[in-house]
Design a protein. Sequence first.
Length: 262
Amino acid sequence: MARLKDKIALVFGAGSIGEGWGNGKAAAVAYAREGARVVAVDLDPKAAENTCEIIAKEGGEAMALAADVVDRRQIERAVERTLERYDRIDILHNNVGINLPGGAAEATEESWHKVMDINVTGTFLTCRAVLPVMERQAAGAIINISSIAAIRYTGYPYISYYASKAAVNHFTRALAVEYADRGIRANTIMPGLMDTPHIYQQISSYHGSADEMRAQRAAIPPMKRQGTAWDVAWAAVFLASDEAQYITGVELPIDGGLHCTA
């Protein structure tokens, strides 16, 4: 039986910034495969539409919307459109995030604010828009995508990314406690070194060739390989499902054991 049958999943960052499977795209499709009806939101409307086309071809139901997570009005409109069509929101999935280079002495104020706005404020704004809906329902699951960089140094000089993902972790933890007695669960997923389109867009500048980047990253986790977007997606399905009904405030590493190492 489908684990998310008839659930409504609102996924921010449901597209992919390149060919292949990003975490948000895979999560949206995985939700649909488990019976959810998906509202796929992305800054790039074509990316959201591509995700919905995949879902439709597999026999699922999805609606594509465009929104910028730093724009409160666009977020609220996406929530309104979801409610107009489905009258409820059971799952909120926040996948939008960027990183910009710069250590503590090199990052600019502009890059710092941009990363914080997208990674932290965007998550706050989507949650703020959806929480009243879930509270009226007395039910809901929120999954925020953080990073293993929230709890350890990963070798890349991007100080704003570390700080922003640590903030997402604690934001989610506080949210989980505040709403625990209202039927709303909130959990964080911390991907480790993943082989997704994101790394070719935002990580490759730290390496030589793409092949060198893949080899260097694969050598770091104890499992000696990178993860995929599907590793994140299926973890999200579990956390959104009734199988996880007594799980809230968790930070789940999906990292091949990397969080256990020094």
